[in-house]
Design a protein around this ligand. Structure first.
Ligand code: MN
Length: 253
């Protein structure tokens, strides 16, 4: 099994190194990852400047682009065979609820999915100092289990691991994306030359209570596994809109 590993924290991040080490026994590993942090770049593609790739060591390359660029360059350019699996992570920080729409980690997995490759995004749910080894072991066990059972082609799963010792993790819970309560704050500051600038900030996120959510699972000490789909059409909305009989002429309706 050829496995393509990428992330959005950059090729030097501890999480991706731990992940590559952990998955090495499971197949032929290629790491293609951004040369610097690309968190919160979502599904961005670099189209308006050239991309440079650098070979750092055998099987490890960096790209001066986004996580999505990395998956595309890997699959359409640099890998001899189409990988059988894309694994993105291990991200330093949670990727839960509606935050997945900002996530470069999840976007890389969704790019794999778009290209017809089963994909997994893995995040360690803390922004604090982190030991990636327990999460890497869990990642290996999950990937191994999925490989053994056979990966559905359309599979894209989002895994969040609680930042606690391995022996305190209670198990795996299949979840849905929770609803985060956003309280972003824009901080206005003045630079040394008297010009104003802004930071997007805010307090620790809070979540709506939901037993079946990713957030609740992680909070209760479970590894959260959320299957994702990128079928975004709102079918109920189609019916509603249809009934509105929207027209481009003024007097028809
Ligand atoms: Mn990140």
């Amino acid at each position: 099994m050829d496995i393509l590993i990428t992330n959005d924290d950059g090729v030097q991040a501890e999480g991706i190194r731990a992940l590559a080490r952990a998955l090495r026994p499971l197949g032929e590993i290629s790491v293609i990852a951004p040369d610097r942090e690309q968190s919160a770049t979502s599904h961005a593609l670099t189209l308006h400047r050239p991309l440079r790739m650098r070979k750092l060591e055998e099987g490890v390359m960096s790209v001066d682009g986004t996580p999505t660029d990395c998956v595309l360059l890997g699959v359409h350019g640099f890998l001899e065979r189409k990988p059988g699996l894309v694994v993105s992570g291990i991200n330093h920080g949670p990727n839960m609820g509606s935050d997945v729409t900002y996530s470069g980690t999840v976007a890389a997995a969704s790019e794999g999915n778009v290209l017809g490759i089963p994909s997994i995004a893995i995040s360690l749910a803390t922004w604090g100092s982190a030991d990636f080894e327990p999460a890497a072991r869990i990642a290996r066990n999950i990937v191994e289990g999925l490989l053994r059972r056979g990966l559905p082609e359309r599979m894209c799963v989002n895994v969040n691991i609680p930042p606690i010792p391995l022996d305190r993790i209670k198990g795996v819970r299949v979840t849905r994306l929770g609803k985060r309560i956003y309280r972003d704050v824009i901080e206005e500051k003045v630079d040394p030359r008297g010009k104003t600038y802004y930071w997007i900030g805010g307090q620790e996120p809070t979540w709506e209570h939901d037993e079946s959510s990713d957030f609740t699972a992680v909070e209760e000490g479970y590894v959260s596994v959320t299957p994702l789909t990128f079928e975004l059409t709102d079918y109920r909305g189609m019916v509603e809109l249809d009934s509105l009989a929207i027209t481009i002429r003024d007097h028809e309706a």
